[in-house]
Ligand binder design. Structure first.
Ligand SMILES: Cc1cc2nc3c(=O)[nH]c(=O)nc-3n(C[C@H](O)[C@H](O)[C@H](O)COP(=O)(O)OP(=O)(O)OC[C@H]3O[C@@H](n4cnc5c(N)ncnc54)[C@H](O)[C@@H]3O)c2cc1C
Length: 416
């Protein structure tokens, strides 16, 4: 079924009897050509592009819970491509371009809103660093504008530009950045993949791998063994736990990241802002809630909930730049498990086990990467070679020292 304005009107006039389920609920088959483990954004996007762009058939996505229950439905919805390094900008720019045509492509309203992402700066040195970043972005064909304080005051009158502890010096604006309704991305990809014949199997946890003579031949699951020609792992925060079942130890740690939503307010933030004097970022949802977050909790965990010290730290960051938010009530908060890689950049690569492929290490920036990650993982699974924009995301960079350390802080996950 295609969704359209005409279809909505027709259903309104005929009692809404013509809507069908957005995807099927199939039982697992004994064997698939390709199995993707993880029904988050990356796994579903991979399955979608495998079927749509790379002509693959007999594909299944195995999800231990329900699709959208992981980080894809827990993030703060920000998309952007404001990266610095050669290994990163082309990939994230590719992703932003895919976002720009995604709703038409998978025929689903994901509320993609290019409302702009503004990184505030609070010292001359930070201003210079962002200027350098903006130039690097432009050299890769992305958009970037440096704003002065007057321009920022005009765009964001609610920011504290007078007596702030960290006065605003300027900001790097990416106009094409913005927000996307996160769970609609999972649903859109799921619906698109299902319509191309992909089996999306929920409540199906992978509990082990079947490996014969160095080649993976299938998975063990809570719904029985399933054979596969190739297997792609895209389980984000559960990467270390899953790959341990194939006796692999990854350069990844799992940490909790929290998100917060306030009560609905009248429009005060036209776009996304990030505070440069601490770790705080904020946007306003279409319902009026301030959607904000900050640092990871700072200890390894697989729990999808966080603790109070970081709540305090995030709120302090917010109050420093947006004092009025101290009067708003927080309505909801939750946590997700972040797959923090040791240089802050992701991995999309084969493993040493034939037929077993890995996608992970997204840290807290993987939502914006969803379309490109799916596309590039599908490319690797089909062609056996990395997509040109993801060529740097190899596993062995941690052995050879070719890190893509975007922030230059090394293996300190709390600083990425
Ligand atoms: C609070 C928060 C804020 C964030 N904000 C942003 C942001 O603003 N912008 C941005 O770009 N990124 C953000 N991120 C990061 C982003 O959400 C993640 O990097 C990205 O969603 C991870 O990829 P995914 O969608 O595939 O993960 P997930 O949705 O977590 O998918 C992985 C799936 O694998 C499943 N799984 C795990 N183990 C197994 C198993 N053994 N068998 C079967 N299935 C299994 C899980 O149930 C899960 O559904 C944020 C994350 C959090 C938590």
């Amino acid at each position: 079924m295609r969704y359209s304005g005409f279809k909505v009107m027709w259903e309104a006039l005929t009692g809404h009897k013509g809507w069908t389920p957005a995807w099927r609920d199939p039982d697992p088959q004994p064997h698939y050509d390709i199995i993707i483990i993880g029904g988050g954004g990356h796994g579903l996007a991979t399955a979608y592009y495998l079927a749509k762009e790379f002509g693959q058939k007999r594909i299944a996505v195995l999800e231990k819970g329900w699709i959208g229950g992981g980080n894809v439905g827990r993030n703060t919805t920000i998309i952007r491509s404001n990266y610095l390094h050669d290994g990163n900008i082309p990939f994230y720019e590719f992703s932003l371009k895919l976002w720009e045509g995604l709703e038409q492509d998978f025929n689903y309203n994901a509320m993609i809103s290019q409302r702009g992402v503004l990184n505030l700066t609070h010292s001359d040195a930070q201003n210079d660093a962002y200027l350098r970043r903006g130039n690097a972005m432009r050299m890769h064909g992305s958009d970037a504008d440096m704003l002065d304080v007057d321009q920022i005051k005009q765009m964001y009158p609610s920011l504290n530009t007078t007596d702030a502890r960290f006065p605003i010096k300027g900001g790097l604006l990416q106009k094409r950045g913005g927000t996307v309704r996160h769970d609609a991305v999972a649903w859109g990809y799921a619906r698109g993949a299902d319509s191309l014949g992909v089996d999306i199997i929920q409540n199906c946890e992978v509990t082990g791998f079947k490996i014969e003579n160095g080649t993976v031949t299938g998975v063990k699951t809570t719904r029985g063994d399933i054979g596969a020609g190739k297997i792609g792992c895209a389980v984000a925060g559960s990467s270390s736990r899953l790959l341990a079942k194939a006796d692999m130890r990854l350069p990844i740690e799992s940490h909790v990241l929290q998100a917060f939503v306030s009560e609905g307010l009248k429009p005060i933030l036209p776009g996304v802002i990030t505070f440069g004097g601490g770790h705080f970022y904020c946007s306003q949802s279409d319902k009026g809630g301030l959607v904000f977050g900050g640092d990871i909790d700072g200890y390894n965990s697989y729990a999808q909930r966080g603790n109070l010290p970081v709540v305090e730290d995030v709120c302090e960051g917010g109050m420093a730049i947006l004092p009025m938010m101290g009067r708003a009530r927080v309505l909801r908060m939750w946590g997700g498990i972040m797959d923090m890689s040791m240089d802050g950049s992701p991995i999309i690569d084969k493993t040493h086990i034939d037929g077993l492929y890995f996608n992970g290490g997204w840290c807290y920036g993987g939502f914006k990467a969803t379309p490109a990650s799916g596309y590039c993982f599908a490319h690797l699974l089909t062609r056996g070679t990395p997509h040109p924009t993801a060529a740097a995301y190899r596993m062995n960079r941690f052995e050879t020292g070719h890190m893509i350390d975007e922030k230059g802080v090394g293996n300190q996950p709390n600083l990425h």
